[in-house]
Design a binder for this molecule. Structure first.
Ligand SMILES: Cc1cc2nc3c(=O)[nH]c(=O)nc-3n(C[C@H](O)[C@H](O)[C@H](O)COP(=O)(O)O)c2cc1C
Length: 191
């Protein structure tokens, strides 16, 4: 697959497609390798690559859904059927999920703030690399980013944090745009 849209046209209307609209296929192994390689070409002060990827595909997404449900039921035993189904489907509603994991740590020269910013840039670059290959992608964090109990099942080590779980798939959905900030509210012109 591919997308021949010119960069300037893409940027003019760039928007995400919500995960609820995703279907198969996701990228092939070859495409995903290229997507991850392109995505990792991201600004990174000090060239320390303070991030890594975890790819969740196949049955691992279903098994993680079972773990999300188990942990959710621990906290909220009276979950509705719909809420339980949402936990089971959390990682299998898209063909593929890729975690961008920040490995930011104290460094002699590079502030941790800048390492975190680089992980955020990596998330958006990954979204755009997917779209350049003709797929859709959505940057999500959700409760699983902030609950200590689920980190080890996700493969996230102590001291690391998910900057995003990028959901990837195909879609024909025509996503309506959301309101965008008025430039007058966000730009200060300094002469
Ligand atoms: C760090 C971060 C985390 C997000 N987590 C969620 C989330 O958990 N659930 C959600 O519905 N949207 C989440 N979003 C928003 C989605 O990415 C949303 O689809 C997107 O911002 C839509 O804007 P766009 O069309 O400009 O891409 C998150 C965005 C960011 C930057």
């Amino acid at each position: 697959m591919g997308n021949d849209i010119k960069l300037i046209d893409y940027l003019r209307q760039r928007h995400s497609t919500p995960v609820a609209q995703y279907r198969e296929p996701g990228p092939s192994q070859e495409e995903l390798t290229e997507i991850l390689r392109f995505a990792s070409r991201v600004p990174d002060h000090g060239k320390i690559a303070p991030w890594r990827f975890i790819v969740y595909r196949g049955d691992s997404r279903v098994k993680l859904g079972e773990e999300f449900l188990r942990l959710s039921l621990e906290k909220t035993p009276d979950m509705t059927e719909a809420a339980q189904q949402a936990e089971l489907a959390r990682f299998s509603r898209a063909p593929l999920v890729v975690a961008v994991v920040s490995t930011a740590a104290p460094h002699a020269k590079i502030p941790e703030w800048e390492q975190l910013l680089s992980a955020g840039a990596l998330c958006l670059n990954l979204v755009m690399a997917c779209e350049a290959h003709g797929y859709v992608a959505n940057w999500r964090t959700e409760w699983i980013t902030y609950d200590e109990r689920v980190q080890s099942a996700l493969g996230i080590h102590e001291g690391e944090k998910a900057a995003g779980f990028i959901h990837i798939g195909s879609s024909d959905f025509n996503t309506p745009d959301r309101p965008r900030p008025d430039l007058a509210d966000i730009v200060s012109w300094v002469e």
